[in-house]
Design a binder for this molecule. Structure first.
Ligand code: PLP
Length: 405
């Protein structure tokens, strides 16, 4: 099978989605053709499919250093986040009521999350707020990092759940989740982390993180779209959101997406191998040379997020005074695919809540570009992009639009 290479564009939007690798596709195909049976059926083909799901569960578990029994397949990162945030908070509240032996008021019970979470967490937290819970949002500093002292002040004895992402999808900032989860545990709260952007990109271990729940998504690590997982240290902490045939131990019922799960497993295995072979530092090196090249060609540009605590493939950079949607159209016309804020904020059309939380000036927020590299990105591609950005910036400079802060 041919290697999966994008032929028509320089693809710099890996934070939005990554290409399915040829080997992942190859692993998936038999489960769309020869072994398409429901894996919970009783024929040979079903048993073969169920074995493949078992293998995939192990591959996912190995990437995050967990037991396979802690991995529950879902339809993706959004579902995993919803299941964690809603399911854990509701169950923890129910347990507190049982312990108290009486009805309690939800407004006395707290959920802590952050201002920079993905909408899959933020909107689930909003739902909990609508149900009556006390939801509070940890602030971040100008690099997008959560301040541990401020965070600790938000924790009370009545905090049920803390949900803080491992790495941000817009700025790539890597949060100190190990320490935040330890603080949450000390306060008696459960800890969930959205590791959708981090897993496969940087080393990630559920044990080191100390998380009770971790969300993952296949399409961010060269797997297919529409499949993900929720890791649970103890499945009893979650109340399911769906009810059905009892698959995934009733945590997430529904016929398993076998081809997707098999592809997810293979993608995790390949991501683990890349990490083992120094893939993260290779990518960070390419990213740093790319960033230096942009800053040399466009000295007015402003890097958003942390310089050091950042995902290896992420550059979030602003051209102050410019409009990011126009920049994207110009890049697209030059055959370069990038994004402004996240793929999700381009759907909602709203100003990035992440860059707003960093306290950046509107001129910076509106001129932000997210250029995200993948392991198949080449030096030549980044050089071409630097050339295009230099040309675009030159025109904006001549018009007096692009200005240093
Ligand atoms: N969480 C983060 C940090 C993400 O970047 C994304 C996708 O952009 C999601 C959750 C949602 O994942 P999915 O697209 O698999 O639903």
């Amino acid at each position: 099978m041919k290697e999966n290479k994008r032929k028509n564009c320089i693809y710099l939007d890996h934070a939005a989605s990554t290409p399915v690798s040829g080997t992942v596709l190859e692993a998936m195909l038999p489960f769309l053709t020869d072994f398409q049976t429901n894996p919970h059926g009783s024929c040979y083909s079903a048993r073969y499919a169920l074995d493949a799901v078992k293998k995939a569960r192990k591959q996912v578990a190995e990437l995050i250093g967990s037991e396979p029994s802690g991995v529950f397949f879902t339809s993706g990162g959004t579902e995993s986040d919803n299941l964690a945030v809603l399911g854990i908070a509701r169950k923890a509240f129910e347990n507190r009521e049982k312990k108290a032996g009486k009805r309690l008021d939800k407004k006395d019970f707290r959920i802590v999350t952050s201002a920079i979470e993905h909408p899959a967490v933020l909107n689930a937290a909003k739902q909990l707020e609508n149900e009556g819970f006390d939801v509070v949002y940890a602030d971040v500093d100008s690099e997008g990092l959560i301040n541990e002292n401020d965070f600790e002040k938000l924790l009370t004895k009545k905090t049920l759940l803390v949900s803080i992402m491992t790495a941000n999808n817009e700025t790539g900032t890597i949060e100190p989740v190990g320490r935040l989860s330890a603080l949450a545990r000390e306060a008696g709260a459960l800890f969930h982390t959205d590791a959708v952007q981090a897993a496969g990109s940087i080393p990630f271990s559920v044990k080191e993180t100390g998380a009770d729940a971790v969300s993952l998504s296949a399409h961010k690590l060269n797997g297919p779209k529409g499949v993900g997982a929720l890791y649970l240290k103890n499945p009893a902490i979650v109340e399911p959101l769906m009810f059905g045939g009892g698959q995934e131990k009733g945590i997430r019922p529904g016929t398993l997406n076998v081809p997707g799960i098999v592809g997810f497993g293979k993608a995790c295995e390949e991501a683990a191998e890349r990490l083992e072979n120094g893939g993260a530092s290779r990518l960070a090196g390419l990213r740093d040379r790319f960033l230096d090249g942009i800053l040399e060609a466009v000295p007015e540009a402003h890097l958003n997020g942390s310089k050091d605590k950042r995902l290896p493939g992420n550059i979030n950079i602003s051209f102050p005074g410019c409009d990011s949607s126009t920049l994207l159209v110009m890049l697209d016309a030059a055959g370069i695919c990038a994004s402004g804020g996240s793929a999700c904020s381009s759907i909602s059309g709203r100003k990035s809540h992440v860059l707003t939380a960093l306290g950046l000036d509107d001129k910076v927020i509106n001129g932000a570009l997210r250029l995200t590299l993948g392991h198949e990105t080449t030096e030549e591609e980044t050089k071409k992009c630097i050339g295009e950005l230099a040309r675009i910036a030159d025109n904006y400079r001549k018009m007096g639009i692009l200005r240093a802060l």
